[in-house]
Write a protein that binds this ligand. Structure first.
Ligand SMILES: [Ca+2]
Ligand SMILES: [Ca+2]
Ligand SMILES: [Zn+2]
Ligand SMILES: [Zn+2]
Length: 265
């Protein structure tokens, strides 16, 4: 059984981390989750690691365990800790985000590649922009990681470290389906020996842009997903490119630079 994502997150920084900072006021691009998108709070908590998959409505003490999970989520997100799926909590859960877990108990610690010269190739592109813009956006995001670490990235054919593709809903051969417009925007596979390791998939039911136009900045989402493909987990620091929610950042924050250099010293 393939396990995507996992790591024991270190809990820290909370009070200095209000969720409002995830939102850039007046930035329409972050409000793209369609109103038709249905939020299932219980499923959200399970999917992103706040609530065990073995716990459901029939479990003993479910209400309390769900409340604990909501508090964990609120803590991670820097929201007021109420233990209830209040409006602020639901609003944040509706934000476009990465599919990777926030609390991933299965991801091995220090799981980087045992090499620093990495290769990549494109398997498919998006109709949202020209192929050349997509290359500039994604290639540009890899260059950002390279500029702050000893990593190098070379586009080549044949066997590569990172395969980059766009897909919708069930996108073979990936075992993890996308969910249509809104919700999840992309996922990636942590370094391992698995055949998909290092791969990055974008949900093409989202609208992406390069420099102009509407939609999510492909270079921002690419920067985030590349972080996973290199071995980084979600980070609750608001200046980090690794926040679970789309943040539109196109540069690394101080914790990103520290974490990538800890992984590849
Ligand atoms: Ca989606
Ligand atoms: Ca699209
Ligand atoms: Zn992510
Ligand atoms: Zn996929």
């Amino acid at each position: 059984m393939l396990t995507l994502f996992v790591v024991l997150l270190t809990w820290s920084v909370v009070a200095a981390n209000p969720a409002s900072q995830y939102v850039t006021p007046g930035s329409a691009e972050q409000e793209i989750t369609p109103s038709s998108y249905e939020l299932n709070v219980d499923e959200y908590l399970r999917r992103y690691g706040y609530l065990s998959n073995n716990v459901n409505e029939l479990s003993i003490g479910y209400a309390e365990r769900k409340s604990d999970a909501i508090m964990l989520f609120q803590d991670f997100a820097g929201l007021e800790i109420t233990g209830e799926a209040d409006e602020a909590t639901r609003q944040l859960m509706l934000k476009p985000r990465c599919a990777m877990k926030d609390i991933d108990v299965e991801k091995p610690a220090n799981s980087g590649w045992n090499k620093t010269d990495l290769t990549y190739k494109y398997i498919s592109f998006t109709d949202d922009m020209t192929e050349s813009d997509a290359r500039n956006a994604i290639g540009g995001s890899l260059s950002v990681w390279a500029a702050s670490s000893k990593l190098t990235f070379t586009e080549t054919s044949g066997d590569v470290t990172m395969e980059i593709s766009f897909g919708t809903k069930k996108h073979d051969p990936c075992p993890y389906d996308f969910d249509g417009p809104g919700g999840v925007i992309a996922h990636a596979f942590y370094p391992s020996l698995h055949e998909f390791a290092g791969d990055i998939h974008f949900d093409d039911d989202e609208t992406y842009r390069y420099k102009t136009g509407n939609g999510l900045k492909l270079h921002s989402t690419g920067l985030h997903e590349a972080g996973h493909a290199l071995g980084l987990s979600h980070d609750q620091t608001t200046t980090s490119i690794m926040t679970p929610w789309y943040n539109g950042l196109t540069a690394l924050g101080p914790t990103d630079i520290k974490n990538i250099n800890d992984l590849y010293p």
